[in-house]
Design a protein around this ligand. Structure first.
Ligand SMILES: [Zn+2]
Length: 344
């Protein structure tokens, strides 16, 4: 633990096995800022109160020299940066397990698909997202899809246009990021392969829209034939970068920097919180289908969106076996996490 200068206070330092530090403080600060914005919106005061308390106390077990979270309170609000960080970790961990299991079991290939619609105003966001969810079900039900796709992970993401110079300023861009599992040989077999313009017309038909939506498709190309997820993941990230970072999977699809900008409560930020809170209420943003859904069930993975946000990357039992409790609490004055048991 890092010694606080001039005092007997220990600041929380949570370092992962690979040496990277977990940014509890940064997430907590963003959560507090998000809570302030919720407090400024009528009817969101209760949510704001819970968000202020989110992650106030953290109890860890010390295991193999690293801290494992054991007990905590998380508010579970859709826009909470702390909770969405936990959700992202959980999705990434679950997807890693699922992809590993698929690769061990069958020879498959992976494809990234991004399905978009035109930007919409805040009051059209919810109906548009509902329409997209319905459209997805039609899309995944098409014969061509069923023949060519063995399974999928799908995440709905919403970004906002913050560019004051743009004609789309202040509008929202809901879109789907999809990871498709396709049979081996998919790219070589004419009856299996789906061309970009076919994906586009299938999505247009499913959405029942009169314009051509923008659809991106990219092959995930691992350099080596490898079941090692780290390598696959790195390749995925490379593919993403090559595509100008327009899409990303395995992350919880609400980025707090897309909800609030800067460190101040601003009318623009408040409006975005209002719009997104309304649009995302009770809405499922991620889902699994086909083989990936089966494996999610088989591995008895729980719900990343509304489930346990404490044990995001290992078993609760495993953590409970850790020896020492390390308790940290959010110190308002120091604006940081302080360790309560000073002997560790
Ligand atoms: Zn929270």
């Amino acid at each position: 633990m890092k010694q606080y200068p001039n005092d007997n206070i220990n600041i929380l330092k949570d370092t992962r096995a690979d040496g990277k530090e977990r940014d509890w403080r940064g997430k907590k600060k963003r959560s507090l800022l998000m809570a302030k914005h919720h407090a400024a919106v009528e009817k969101l005061e209760k949510k704001a109160e819970r968000m202020y308390d989110c992650g106030n106390y953290l109890v860890f077990k010390m295991k193999d020299g690293t801290l494992k979270l054991y007990q905590a309170y998380f508010c579970k609000a859709r826009l909470c940066p702390m909770c969405n960080w936990r959700r992202s970790l959980k999705i990434a961990f679950q997807n890693k397990k699922i992809i590993q299991a698929v690769n061990e079991r069958e020879k498959v290939q992976w494809v990234f698909l991004t399905l978009t619609v035109r930007n919409v105003e805040g009051d059209e966001l919810k109906p548009t997202m509902d329409q997209m969810t319905k459209a997805w079900n039609r899309f995944a039900g098409y014969a061509k899809f069923k023949k060519s796709v063995k399974g999928y992970f799908r995440a709905m993401e919403v970004t906002r246009n913050w560019d004051k110079e743009s004609e789309w300023y202040g509008t929202y861009h809901p879109h789907f990021h999809v990871l498709l599992c396709v049979p081996n040989g998919y790219f070589k077999k004419k009856d299996l392969y789906v061309k970009q313009d076919e994906w586009t017309s299938m999505w247009q038909k499913a959405m029942q829209i009169d314009y051509k939506p923008i659809v991106h498709v990219a092959k995930v190309k691992p350099k080596k034939e490898s079941a090692d997820f780290v390598e696959v993941e790195q390749e995925m990230r490379k593919t993403i970068l090559e595509q100008n970072a327009i899409f990303e999977v395995s992350k919880y699809p609400v980025k707090d920097t897309d909800v609030i900008r800067g460190d101040e409560v601003t009318p623009e930020n408040i409006q975005t919180v209002k719009d997104l809170d309304k649009a995302l209420a009770y809405k499922r943003l991620i889902s699994y289908g086909g083989l990936l859904k089966e494996i999610h069930k088989e591995l008895q993975l729980d719900d990343s969106e509304d489930g346990d946000l404490i044990h995001v990357d290992e078993d609760a039992d495993e953590v409970a076996n850790g020896a020492v409790d390390v308790m940290a609490y959010w110190h308002v004055g120091l604006n940081n996490y302080v360790i309560m048991n000073k002997d560790v």
